[in-house]
Design a protein around this ligand. Structure first.
Ligand SMILES: Nc1ncnc2c1ncn2[C@@H]1O[C@H](COP(=O)(O)OP(=O)(O)OP(=O)(O)O)[C@@H](O)[C@H]1O
Length: 698
């Protein structure tokens, strides 16, 4: 869309780009309405490997004692006698010893002990689950070739993987979107998403070829409004049996003069409306990150907070910000041409920022604080229409945010709070430049004049150092448990599976999990389509989410997964961070990510808020050896069984400084201001995701 168009679009009614004929094609006749391209993954294509059965399928997986003991569903004999059709076969040497045993790494002790804006505005309603519609499954692009054939070469072999900076334009925001067909990279448009290629070295030519193409089809998608009824707004899932165990996790606060933690919501002294909303949301007890972060933010301090996945970081920043806004009053008015939000929240993906927005809307319910969300893949005019109606809390993905700033639809001079959720991702090579642009935008208050808050479950040291540019010198660092550690409520299992055996194993697992919600992570968009297609062919109701799907499809896929219509969601790393979906019981890493922090985020889609979950990861020694050491560390720190074979690989690929023994090092403080940490950082990402990862981000 050209610059000249958006004004008109504000006035004109819009229909989305949705094409009924296309939908009919794409959403027909699969298992449970799922669609797949029957010609694209024909059995002949899939069944052209060696025909011998993989030894591992007979004996390896079932020898995982912990798995069998803890989750009978996974230790079914199906692993021993799966059918032989339709799979690539793997020579039988991909699992010599799959026994799980402890060698001093696991079971090392338990948890460580450790104006009066209120009610004056129009009420806004909606719900946390804005993703409506449980219609079709997924539409698929062509995936006629086995994807791994062009992916293997992209896997990283070094500890930090190969890195590539994201290429972003600075255009007008409405973008051309490619479908996944043809397996091309995911050029998604200016500013919103990275330009990538699915084949080695292809990104460059694609970037050059498409960068100047701002004339692609208009993005006209307007997301459905979130539900407006109070029940939907405050819908929530129950905290799990381990919620109270959060209290035993050791918390360390570093930096000068931190305010004391609070123990109860009452101690936070929030206004009545906020307290009501907290109660309606079902929150009765603070999580550790909330106990420490809320008073720090209320005291006006800058903060970098690291706490495990699913432990309530969103409310930890939203509640004190809202409390301040209620106390200080707000200035935005729906009648102003230029909206000047007091708070800007950025997050790396569209679905995550939408989720944060819904949380902001929930907690600000019944107040005159108005939250707005902007993200790519939606009509720019629609974004602008949202803003001009009044905007106090602006939740945005970086690309769309910079577009809107460029259009002078928001002013930055009133910004008091800048929040970077998934901050390590927001500061890496992919988004870092955009974030720097943001803080140096004309009008943006300097770091001395604003409060900057960063949250994540992982905080590589290099990223912490980069963060200093955004934060006041005396910022506080809150570490809940092990920085970068996995949530202990997720039972982690790593199994050795060769590339060619993965699909068979996946199907076996999914047949056992049945309708239990399961997220399957793969490394590339093309593979996500391929695996989703394959699962549908296997009559497993599946949908997929990745950066090549149109936004409407992404939201629909998430909606279908949330409501259980499609209990299996195949995803790239676009869904790895932040997504809070009720009842996700299993995460399967069909492909391991190239960096361990990504692993921590992925498995954190289950086991949230004190609930338990399981994660199974397929470890392919051909491509994943670089992850062995950090994986051993993450498993042992989370008191999980470490397979002997994984330890062997970890020791054999031992980097200087890796002791193997992490005993006694359950909690390592890694506020970089305190000097070099004891954490071994091999395999921890410090910059950007590798080219395969970042193709899916926006
Ligand atoms: N004090 C609380 N009491 C009950 N539920 C809570 C509390 N705090 C947060 N929750 C709920 O816990 C779930 C996880 O919270 P949230 O999404 O903020 O986690 P997170 O730490 O940001 O996770 P991630 O690292 O994956 O982004 C949400 O459903 C949220 O509503």
């Amino acid at each position: 869309m050209g610059d000249e168009d958006w004004e008109a679009e504000i006035i004109k009614p819009h229909v989305s780009s949705y094409d009924a004929a296309f939908e009919k094609d794409m959403y027909s006749s699969g298992a449970n309405g799922d669609t797949f391209n029957r010609t694209s993954a024909s059995s002949s294509e899939m069944d052209n490997g060696p025909s011998q059965r993989d030894h591992f399928m007979r004996s390896g997986f079932t020898s995982q004692r912990s798995l069998r003991n803890r989750d009978a569903g996974f230790s079914n004999s199906k692993f021993e006698d799966g059918d032989s059709s339709g799979f690539w076969k793997e020579p039988n040497n991909d699992c010599e010893d799959n026994q799980t045993w402890n060698r001093g790494f696991s079971k090392r002790g338990g948890y460580q002990d450790g104006n009066n804006p209120e009610a004056s505005g129009p009420s806004r309603r909606g719900g946390r689950d804005s993703f409506r519609g449980c219609r079709g499954g997924f539409g698929l692009g062509s995936s006629s070739n086995e994807p791994h054939q062009d992916e293997g070469s992209q896997r990283t072999s070094g500890p930090f993987g190969s890195r590539r900076s994201a290429l972003r334009g600075t255009g007008n925001g409405d973008t051309s979107q490619s479908r996944s067909g043809g397996g091309r990279g995911g050029y998604k448009g200016l500013n919103e998403e990275v330009i990538t290629g699915s084949a080695k070295n292809s990104w460059k030519s694609e970037a050059e070829g498409e960068r100047g193409d701002t004339q692609g089809p208009k993005v006209t998608y307007i997301p459905p409004p979130p539900p407006e009824d109070e029940d939907s707004i405050f819908a929530h899932y129950q905290t799990g049996i381990n919620f109270d165990k959060y209290d035993t996790i050791l918390v360390e606060v570093s930096g000068q003069d931190p305010p004391p933690a609070i123990l109860t919501f009452e101690e936070a002294n929030l206004c009545q409306t906020l307290n009501k909303n907290i109660a309606k949301a079902g929150y009765t007890k603070l999580t550790p990150v909330q106990k420490y972060s809320i008073p720090i933010i209320l005291a006006g301090r800058d903060l970098m907070a690291c706490a495990q996945t699913g432990s309530g970081k969103t409310a930890a920043f939203l509640l004190p910000i809202l409390a301040h806004m209620m106390r200080d009053g707000i200035t935005a008015s729906r009648f102003k041409e230029l909206q000047e939000p007091e708070c800007i929240i950025v997050a790396p993906t569209r679905e995550l920022i939408n989720q944060i927005y819904l949380e902001a809307r929930k907690f600000s319910f019944g107040t005159c604080v108005r939250a707005v969300v902007l993200y790519g893949g939606t009509q720019l005019g629609y974004s602008i229409r949202q803003i001009v109606q009044g905007c106090n809390i602006l939740c945005a993905t970086p690309g769309r945010l910079m577009d809107i700033i460029g259009k002078e639809k928001i002013g930055l001079s009133k910004v008091k709070y800048l929040v970077l959720d998934e901050a390590d991702r927001m500061l890496d090579m992919g988004f870092g430049p955009e974030m720097k642009k943001l803080i140096y935008c004309p009008g943006m208050p300097s770091k001395e004049q604003r409060q900057t808050l960063m949250f994540s479950a992982t905080f590589p040291e290099e990223i912490q150092r980069l963060a200093a540019e955004f934060l006041k010198l005396n910022y506080l660092f809150v570490a809940v448990g092990q920085v970068g550690g996995a949530c202990r409520d997720v039972q982690q299992t790593v199994v050795q599976v060769g590339q060619y055996s993965k699909r068979e194993k996946l199907v076996d697992i999914l047949r056992n999990t049945g309708d239990e919600r399961t997220m399957v992570f793969v490394e590339t968009k093309k593979k996500a389509d391929f695996i989703a297609t394959f699962l549908c062919q296997e009559k497993i109701s599946t949908t997929s989410i990745h950066g090549d799907r149109e936004q409407k499809e992404r939201e629909q896929a998430l909606g279908d997964f949330r409501c259980g219509k499609c209990p299996v969601l195949v995803a790239t790393s676009v869904a790895a961070r932040g997504l809070d979906i009720e009842n996700v019981q299993h995460v399967i890493n069909f492909d391991l990510p190239s960096a361990i922090d990504e692993y921590v985020h992925r498995i954190g889609r289950t086991g949230r808020c004190g609930n338990t979950g399981s994660a199974i990861s397929f470890f392919d020694p051909e491509s994943d050896n670089h992850l062995a050491q950090p994986l051993v560390k993450v498993l042992s720190d989370a008191q999980q069984d470490v397979p002997a074979w994984l330890e062997e690989i970890a020791f054999s690929t031992c980097a200087p400084g890796f002791s193997g023994s992490t005993r006694g090092n359950v909690f390592a403080s890694v506020d970089t201001r305190k000097g070099k940490s004891t954490l071994n950082t091999v395999g921890f990402s410090s910059q950007a995701p590798n080219p395969v990862d970042d193709e899916s981000w926006d």
